[in-house]
Design a protein around this ligand. Structure first.
Ligand SMILES: Cc1cc2nc3c(=O)[nH]c(=O)nc-3n(C[C@H](O)[C@H](O)[C@H](O)COP(=O)(O)OP(=O)(O)OC[C@H]3O[C@@H](n4cnc5c(N)ncnc54)[C@H](O)[C@@H]3O)c2cc1C
Length: 437
């Protein structure tokens, strides 16, 4: 996705470029998969309207294929659905007066007390939301998603999603009721008619077939310690380079640099870890499961972290009268789940989903398993320092720029990928470079 964004703006600016993609399919982790007449995305995607200049471009590119969607998300907790992001009135209804009052006091005390430093996500969650909310909704979920204890995760994993639940909204909503809720309910986003992959497909179409080489895995990056001179494709072809934008995962990028870089920097890059994701999708002979964009499962007994029903993003994602449900299961390559065969994964996931009461085995007409590599960079405590050292080191290469979620090791989104692509091109134009591959 990030590479296509750089190509898109290069094409707009009339700069020559070539994109090398290891797979036959373009789009990376931002694609829409097909199973019979069903469509589903590589994870529960939504396009956030957070970068006006990018939205304008994408609206032009996708035209009538891009729709605004308004649909709430929920947390599944003890067989109940709780509004996500959390909302005080809904919490009161779902948790009962005693737990709610305790949680509310903790939130208020944590905000009114002396400012404590957030050394990691655990202390951020406790200092910001208090123990009850942190224990119920934040800590278990984050541990499942990121695969590390919360005291080893950076507070950056909170991202922007939890911004809405602040003392002001908590008190306003508790006092004035539902009115304030819409201000922080993350229920509006944009979504293409035929799935998120349309964005990648349209970007690729704009870049032009002649500028994208598929089945072209970068296997070496050849340099002379101050410039990237060439890349090796599929272990044999060598292509000379002028300017290079790498969206390769940072650890891999360092691994294939030749000559080898100093051990100190290699070991920093090796210390950056990525999280994989398994998607188990069930195709159902049933009109609909529930009105929700995404359902987050915080319970540690479930290995599923999120569920989404593609049809709720666009009715074109399922044939008439039928629907599907996608379960996200984050894991590492060394985990037992990653190494299970498809039938076993389907059996185990089905057993978890039927426990929730949302689906019944009898209505399943098919199932599929997809595996995503490098779905998220794992933002562990100290990661920012490592990335800073890497960026400082890479400045020695005068013709190199990085982009992408994995290429920059940032928790970033589609609109960020577009923004990075735009900024990179602006730098080329302003510096009078970019006449090459
Ligand atoms: C589960 C999930 C949910 C998400 N939800 C959202 C969302 O709701 N909203 C949002 O805005 N964003 C979301 N995203 C993020 C969005 O999909 C990413 O921004 C995007 O996929 C990251 O782009 P990227 O180019 O950095 O990485 P990728 O999309 O992973 O692309 C990297 C590309 O590099 C290729 N490659 C790897 N190694 C080589 C090699 N050696 N040689 C050549 N090519 C190589 C890969 O095949 C791939 O095509 C989500 C992502 C995931 C995984």
């Amino acid at each position: 996705m990030a590479g296509l964004s750089v190509g898109y703006y290069a094409k707009k600016n009339g700069l020559p470029f070539t994109i090398y993609e290891a797979n036959n399919r373009i789009g990376g982790n931002c694609i829409t998969l097909k199973h019979g007449d069903f469509l589903f995305d590589s994870g529960a995607h939504r396009l956030h309207d957070r970068a006006p200049e990018v939205m304008k471009e994408l609206k032009e590119l996708l035209g009538a294929d891009l729709n605004r969607i308004d649909i709430p998300s929920y947390i599944f907790h003890q067989r109940k659905l709780i509004d996500f992001p959390l909302s005080p009135l809904n919490l009161l209804r779902r948790l009962g007066l005693y737990t709610f009052t305790k949680a509310a006091f903790e939130v208020i005390l944590s905000r009114l007390g002396a400012k404590r430093s957030n050394r990691n996500f655990e202390s951020f969650a406790l200092n910001t939301y208090g123990k009850t909310i942190a224990d119920l909704f934040l800590l278990n979920y984050s541990e499942k998603l990121w695969g590390a204890p919360c005291n080893q995760l950076s507070s950056d994993i909170a991202g922007t999603r939890m911004r809405g639940l602040n003392l002001k909204t908590f008190l306003t909503e508790a006092i004035f009721g539902h009115k304030a809720k819409t201000e922080h309910l993350d229920g509006s986003f944009y979504y293409p008619k035929f799935g998120i992959g349309t964005i990648s497909d349209k970007l690729a179409e704009f870049c032009g077939k002649e500028n994208i080489i598929r089945d072209a895995k970068i296997t070496k990056i050849l340099h002379n310690n101050n410039r990237i001179q060439a890349v090796e494709i599929n272990g044999n072809d060598k292509v000379d380079t002028d300017e290079v934008v790498s969206t390769l995962p940072l650890d891999y990028f360092f691994q294939v640099m030749e000559p080898k870089l100093p051990d100190e920097i290699l070991s920093i890059a090796k210390g950056l870890r990525y999280r994989n994701m398994i998607l188990v999708t069930f195709f159902l002979d049933r009109e609909s499961v529930m009105e929700a964009a995404t359902i987050y499962i915080t319970d540690p007994d479930f290995f599923i972290t999120r569920i989404y029903e593609p049809k709720n993003r666009s009715r074109h994602m399922s044939p008439p009268g039928q629907t599907s449900l996608v379960a996200e299961i984050p894991c590492q390559e060394e985990n037992r789940l990653w190494n299970l065969d498809h039938d076993e994964l389907i059996r185990l996931t089905c057993s978890q989903l039927t426990q929730t009461g949302w689906i019944e085995e009898g209505e399943i007409i098919g199932a599929s398993v997809s595996r995503l590599h490098n779905a998220y960079p794992i933002l562990e405590v100290g990661y920012a320092n490592k990335v800073q050292k890497i960026n400082a080191f890479l400045k020695v290469f005068s013709n190199l720029k990085l982009s992408g979620r994995n290429g920059r090791f940032v928790y970033a989104w589609i609109h960020d990928m577009m923004r990075f692509g735009k900024e990179i091109n602006e730098e080329y134009i302003n510096n009078g470079s970019g006449e090459g591959k």
